[in-house]
Design a protein around this ligand. Structure first.
Ligand code: 5AD
Ligand code: SF4
Length: 467
């Protein structure tokens, strides 16, 4: 999934007596699933009388929702905790209190180690136990240092409070919805199967219910989330076996839900039904994040991806023939142990063949506990850096080419939020690009037709066209 660092929008939770309400500052690292989890943790804390704030200084509780996917993640968390420890000391010196919680994948991976190394931390809570957060905080307030890192048997989503309409509305017209969590693929570089546990799909009724609530509150676009979202499976209304494709057909029936997306997918789980959904569903946006990681069959095998470069390319062809205007996005790792120059050239060749609209690329980083960490023949950092630079230059060129090709086209955009200039809004193209256009803020949530007239570094410029 795409990485980002974000804080929750302030005042997403309103109501209550401000003088008595406690404030929580949630810092989110990593992927969209963490963003979603942070929102849900905020909701769970709202029922405990907390409001979210984006000013850390005024918070009674600071919660770090952490990511463990690549190097130095844990170290970054420890240094943030060092700063928070100072803040806690100052607070105490002034007769106040500050609680500190660590959530997310570093919490899961480090566990007890966090309590040992960071004495200021009150609560350590792994991704599968967020529904126990309010209870954990109550225990912490009575002096206990709490650690919750089970892979709980109960369903955390079933136990998390539902978000109310005003809260959903405050967050805008696009929303994430987690439908699947965890991973059974065990790519040899990846910590996710260890930090998020094994693959779990949320039941259909829960998903439909949450999607309907989002739409009732004004959401127009939903992105379904999962570490392996296309491995989602569940029972259909008559007990039949459903996959993500079936789920998308069902969600597309929700009136008022204009757009659907999903991320992140594994090539092995792109089945026929899902490809048909791309062909048939107008609401399903023509954009697919389908990481391949590398182009060399030898490296793909060592990564335990369980497909070849050629199989990936054939799959892309099938998807493109179902939905010719689909934009593709990917993730790449350079410098996996044993990667030679020739292997890396295979990656470049694959990228040339696919032509990506968007991509994320990383130097391989050894994750303790993963099989990749035990492989000999680690690649020197300078070699990784040089390969990454070449790959990124190519991907960036493709990204620009894709944006340039949009100039002159008429497309529909979903108006999402205020733009940089008064009288401007930012909309989202079907291909996930930000589009600047003149429009009134009362139009947020509308889908309008525009002509693309120019490109900026990270966005497009458009003119409205009258229908
Ligand atoms: N080193 C570098 N990149 C990694 N990713 C996952 N694990 C590692 C690692 N150990 C990348 C993959 C994945 C994305 C979310 O992060 O490309 O698709
Ligand atoms: Fe990690 Fe591979 Fe699972 Fe993706 S499919 S979460 S890269 S183990």
């Amino acid at each position: 999934m795409t990485e980002q660092t974000a804080t929750l929008p302030a005042a997403a939770h309103t109501g209550g007596d401000i003088a008595n309400t406690r404030k929580v500052f949630i810092k989110t690292y990593g992927c969209q699933m963490n963003v979603y989890d942070s929102v849900r943790m905020g909701d769970a804390l709202a029922s405990e009388g907390y409001v979210t704030t984006d000013a850390m200084e005024e918070a009674d509780l600071v919660l770090l929702n952490t990511c463990h996917i690549r190097e130095k993640a844990a170290e970054k968390v420890y240094s943030a905790l060092g700063r928070l420890r100072e803040m806690k000391k100052e607070r105490r010196a002034n007769g106040g209190e500050l609680m500190i919680g660590v959530a997310g994948c570093v919490a899961q991976a480090e566990g007890e180690e966090i309590l040992r190394r960071a004495p200021a931390v009150d609560v350590v809570i792994g991704p599968q136990t967020y529904h126990r957060l309010p209870q954990a905080l109550r225990r912490a307030r009575s002096g206990e240092r709490v650690i919750e890192t089970d892979y709980a048997v109960e369903d955390k989503f079933e136990h998390l409070p539902k978000t109310d309409k005003a809260q959903i509305r405050a967050r805008g017209v696009t929303a994430f919805l987690t439908v699947q969590e965890g991973c059974d693929k065990f790519c040899t570089f990846c910590v996710v199967p260890y930090t998020r546990g094994s693959e779990i799909s949320r039941p259909l009724s829960q998903i439909i219910d949450e999607a309907q609530r989002l739409v009732d509150a004004g959401v127009r676009e939903i992105t379904l989330l999962g570490q392996n979202v296309n491995a989602w499976h569940g029972a259909g209304p008559n007990g039949e076996s459903w996959g993500l494709g079936d789920l998308l057909y069902r969600l597309a029936e929700i009136r008022g839900l204009a757009r659907l997306r999903y991320t992140t997918s594994h090539p092995r789980d792109m089945d026929d039904r899902l490809i048909e959904a791309h062909r048939d569903l107008r609401a399903l946006m023509p954009y697919l994040h389908l990481p391949v990681q590398a182009g060399s069959d030898r490296i793909l095998k060592a990564m335990n991806r369980r497909h070849t470069g050629e199989e990936y390319l054939r799959l892309i062809e099938r998807i493109r023939s179902a939905r010719p205007d689909i934009a593709l996005s990917g993730d790449f790792i350079v410098g996996f142990p044993g990667e030679t120059d020739a292997d890396f050239e295979d990656t470049l060749r694959l990228v040339e063949t696919v032509r990506y609209a968007q991509a994320f690329s990383f130097k391989y980083s050894t994750r303790p506990g993963t099989p990749g960490a035990d492989l000999g023949s680690q690649v020197a950092d300078a070699v990784k850096a040089e390969r990454l630079e070449r790959l990124q230059a190519l991907l960036l060129r493709q990204q620009h080419e894709f944006a340039e090709a949009c100039i002159g086209r008429t497309i529909d955009i979903l108006l999402e939020k205020p733009g940089r200039m008064p009288g401007q809004l930012i909309g989202r193209s079907p291909w996930l690009q930000s589009v600047n256009v003149d429009a009134a803020s009362s139009q947020i949530g509308d889908i309008i037709s525009v002509r693309i007239v120019g490109t900026g570094p990270n966005s497009l410029f458009a003119e409205r066209i009258e229908r």
